[in-house]
Design a protein around this ligand. Sequence first.
Ligand code: SAH
Length: 187
Amino acid sequence: MRLTEVAQHWLAEIIEQGDAVVDATLGNGADALFLAQQIGKDGVLFGFDVQQQAMDSSQALLAGEPCQQHLLLAGHETMKAHIPRQFHGNIKAIMFNLGWLPNSDKSIITHADTTITALEQSLELLAPDGRMTVMVYPGHQGGDSEAKHVIKWLSVICQPPLFNLNKIVLPNHPTAPILLQVTKLKV
Ligand code: SAH
């Protein structure tokens, strides 16, 4: 199973029809489509990306999905300001897939400082029992330092009793993607 599938599998375990969810890095829209299928017609999907290309491909992919869709051409570090208050503390799942968009401008990548701002907001937005997945790419140029910062930050912040952190690191593959999972615990 690819790590992107593992991330989806982890979220499929907890998402229910009608939930509100966030794709923090739309990219080509594959994760957004997965989320839309999980939440169904009564669900609400928020999606963020800074590239018009990502908006266009995601919109095309999501065209047949009946859920409420809010795709925003905006950095995920602004998600708290863009997501209406009634959803704060009610978001069931959030996905981050960092790095660059395959087959496009490799100079447009996610950066540790804005990523961590977005992660911080995500932890607030999540519902009790909500879950976030974060895929980091130490093999991308610029990705190594982002991966280190993100993993360190999550390891410090995401501890019981408030959070639970899991991570998959492939042994002997220093440049392979690393997948992290944060679950917000009910307290
Ligand atoms: N690395 C993955 C794909 C990641 S796509 C893979 O190899 O499959 C990452 C997406 O994040 C890109 O579409 C990029 O435009 C977007 N992005 C970059 N900075 C962002 C930001 N601040 N907020 C939201 N999206 C951002």
